[in-house]
Design a protein around this ligand. Structure first.
Ligand SMILES: [Zn+2]
Length: 299
């Protein structure tokens, strides 16, 4: 097997390449385009034929922002264009999957991408101390999230919540996800019918639905925080990273094949009623998936 290159490229003839996006819309497009390129590169690594040559992925780098300052010892100024709150899951490397490098993203990672007080304090810091450069705040969930899976399992079998493997601290994290799980369960019941819980694939569907709603609810919270800080020019977005295709989408079909058109960061909800609409949308997507992959049970 030949080598696969992931390259950070600094061009000394153009040391100031990669200017800050001038508004939130441009910032969103940079993140979406970066993810399209990254997911395309990942697919080419998997599918390439010998004639394709060696797959390469190049991230342009502004040398002045990685420590190559004009005066030795001078500290580069922090100037990220996006704040990203994501899960700690090791399969979701934030900068890589958005095709970004040094000094581009202010990243906060916590299991289940839940917003505790300390996490929100980091967001507040970025909104105020880095307001000159920050254009967007992004809430990023991911498919197959272990924290959401733990919340779903405790919801379906409450005695699991009290298992010794869940410490009090871990329980408090899981509790923050329960509302999203309940919203997801309501959506599945409404879309699939009253027997939804007994249907094949229910647990997996509830996990993926809750992942999306958990991200949406956290984005709703983030939007309120951004507005409380009076940062009206900063947009709040959210998406879910599909760890099978490496694409960030909203809503996400966890079984979709990779396609550039799937990549999308959505605007944060402005009304809690949007959580229910999203739950129904996810229930429909996941029901369609089941029909595609499994024969309908005989009645
Ligand atoms: Zn996770």
């Amino acid at each position: 097997m030949n080598t696969i290159d992931y390259i950070y490229r600094f061009d000394p003839n153009n040391p100031s390449a990669k200017p800050l996006p001038h508004d939130a819309d441009v910032a969103r497009r940079i993140l979406e385009d970066g993810n399209r390129m990254f997911s395309r590169w990942m697919e080419s690594c998997r599918n390439r034929t010998p004639s394709d040559g060696e797959p390469r992925y190049v991230v342009p780098c502004n040398g002045l922002e990685v420590g190559m300052t004009r005066t030795y010892g001078e500290m580069p100024r922090q100037s990220p264009f996006a704040v990203v709150v994501g899960c700690s899951d090791a399969r979701v490397p934030t900068e890589m999957l958005f095709g970004q490098g040094f000094n581009d993203l202010f990243v906060i990672r916590v299991a289940g991408n839940v917003l505790g007080d300390v996490c929100m304090g980091s967001v507040d810091f970025a909104l105020n101390a880095l307001s000159e450069s920050v254009r967007v705040v992004v809430m990023l969930g991911h498919s197959g999230c272990g924290a959401v899976t733990g919340a779903v399992d405790a919801y379906l079998r409450p005695q699991k919540f009290w298992s010794r493997s869940l410490s009090p601290m871990l329980r408090s994290l899981v509790q923050r996800i329960f509302v999203a799980v309940r919203e997801g369960a309501n959506g599945l019941k409404e879309s699939w019918g009253p027997e939804a819980r007994e249907m094949p694939g229910y647990r997996e569907a509830l996990i993926e639905t809750a992942v999306c709603i958990n991200a949406a609810q956290a984005a709703f919270d983030l939007r309120q925080e951004v507005e409380r800080n009076g940062k009206w020019e900063i947009e709040v977005l959210y998406g879910v990273h599909n760890i099978r295709t490496h694409q960030v989408c909203m809503p996400v079909d966890p079984n979709a094949v990779r396609g550039d058109e799937n990549v999308r960061l959505a605007q944060a909800p402005t009304n809690p009623s949007e959580f229910h609409s999203l739950a129904i949308r996810m229930a429909e997507i996941l029901r369609a998936d089941r029909r595609d992959t499994r024969p309908e049970p005989a009645v």
